[in-house]
Structures are given as C-alpha cells and as structure tokens.
Design a protein around this ligand. Sequence first.
Ligand SMILES: [Zn+2]
Ligand SMILES: [Zn+2]
Length: 351
Amino acid sequence: MLAAVYHGKNDVRLERLPIPKISAREILVRVGFCGVCPTDLKKIHSGTLEGSRVFGHETAGTIVKVGSAVTQFIPGDRVALHHHVPCLKCHACKHKCFAQCPVYKKTGITAGFEPSGGGFAEYVRVKEFVLPGVVKIPERNFLLEGTMLEPVNTVLKGVHKLGLLPGDRVLVVGQGPIGLLFTALCRILGFLPTVTDLLDERLRLAKTFGAQGAFNPAIQGVEEIMKKTKGAFDAVVLAVPSNTAVAEYWPFLRGGGKFLLFAHTLRGVECPIDLGSVCVDEKDLVGSYSSDFQLQSRVARLVFSRKLDVRPLLKNLFPLTRIQEALDLASNPSPKSLKIIIEMEEPPRLS
Ligand SMILES: [Zn+2]
Ligand SMILES: [Zn+2]
C-alpha cells in the first residue's frame, strides 16, 4: 500500500508498505480521508519524534477486515476513528482529565512502525484498546464528514472548560478551521461569539458560522477592537499559537472570565501575565488539549445531524501522492484554504 512515511524533521516520503496485519481483537480499515492536524505539522516541523512513523489521526474509512473476536463491527462498516481512548479507571480519568491518562497517551492506530495515527496511508490497523473510539458513520453522511469528529470533539471539550452561561460573550482569536469550529459551537450552544483574524476571507466565513462581530486586527488594531467591543468578554479563546496575542487579548476578559489556550502545544514557551489580575480579578488561564471520550456520541450527533455542518470547511482535498503540497499549504494557509484533507478515494461532491 502507499504511505507517507515521516523519517525526521521535514522529511516525509511516499513509500510502499505492507498492508498491516491484524490480530483477533483488531480491525483493518481502508482509509477514505484523513485531515491534516496542526499537531501533525508540529511533529513534522520540529522533528522531536524519531522516525519512521506514519502520522494522520483524523481518519474516516471503511472496515475491510475484522478479527475473529470482534463482534461489534463487520466489513463494509463506514467509520470515523479516534486514535486515543482513555482507560476510564485511573486517577486522571476519575478527575475527567482524560488527556492525562497513561492509556490515553498511547496511540492505538497504525499503518506500520510505532503507532502514530497512520491515516496518511491507504490502510490502518486499529488496536483493541481504541475500538471504543470507532464510530459508525450514518448512510446519509459523506465519509469525509467523519474526519471532523476528532477535531470537533477537541473544540467542544475546550468550550465546556469555559463554564459559560447562555448569552455569554466569547472572543475567538483566530478563524482557521479550529477557530471557526469554536465560533460555530459557541453559537449553537447559545453563546455570542465575536472573532478576530488577519484574513478578511475568514472573517466573512466566520459570520456564516455565527460570529456576531468580526474584526481584522491588522486593519483596525487591537485598541480599536477593544473600543468597538467594549471588552468584558466572559471568555477569550486563543486558537492561534501566538504569545503576543496572549498579552494583547488578556485585557479583553472580564473579571472572573476564562482565557483558553488551545493552540499553545509547544513546551518551553514563557509569557508574562499580570498575576494580580489572576488573583484579584479572578481571571483564569485555562488549557485544553485533545479530545474527551465522554463527548464522543454527542459530537457524532452534532456533526452527522449537520446541526454543526462541517462541510463548508472541507474543500481542500489532496490525493496522498500530493501530500507534500498538502502539508505545505496547511503550514502556510492561503486566504481561501481551510481544513486540509488527504484523500484516498474519489472526493464526494459536497453541495
Ligand atoms: Zn488533531
Ligand atoms: Zn485513565
């Protein structure tokens, strides 16, 4: 089978690999589509992980083989995959910190080598401990929509951490695919999102996703945006890994509000914060990382009912043979590019 194999920093090569073998308690999935996640890019660009690996974890595909002891799936089932599943028993899980669970930290899907997601290949082997993360895709939906379950889950988990009430005002900084999902989910849940982005194209799209106000800080300047919005947001979501944005948007938060870091996935980054505003004003700095297993079925209902319609995000498809181009575009988004998807199958028409 064809696979995009990572060998080290900025070194991803198309290679032929054997189709993975499965054991009695595993399944084999033919990948239909796999989204490119910013964390894939981070791993490829930083080179901190040793090769060889096949990345890609926002995977949707069709089951082609089930182990003899697997009863809940049959070949032909169309499924979306989650590469991490928590144990639900450990100390971290009891505190609902699933991303800190030692079992969750293991990756259970592979196209070969050290399990790393494997979605940038034609077939993946899904291990037993992540089978609870395999979600069937209803017949009426496109396989492609299944690629969004994992990213939408991470966003819904982040929104939950904000403890908002209906009618609360949220400022979402950055309207890439993740920022747009924050905007859409906030609106669906009854909050009032205002957004910023450096690309006007994305601000226009954000309005169709439910943004009440949309500002370009490169044109209006942050001070002007503060004046126009009057600040005092119940929450600020930072969907871009920018440290200057932390300092710039911290004052937009009301006392008692929450400031969510969603894209700061690199360690060793420091940033000054007025600690008095944390203690006296009770502003909270909150982090959220990866998905929440307990939200899985709710996310599937949101996406597959199209109450949260992800189709407008899914326009940039690349065949696996053009993965380098896809990674380059995901790393340097153009005004029109959104979620970047690797396709192994003919793309559906999404209108
Ligand atoms: Zn991801
Ligand atoms: Zn656990």
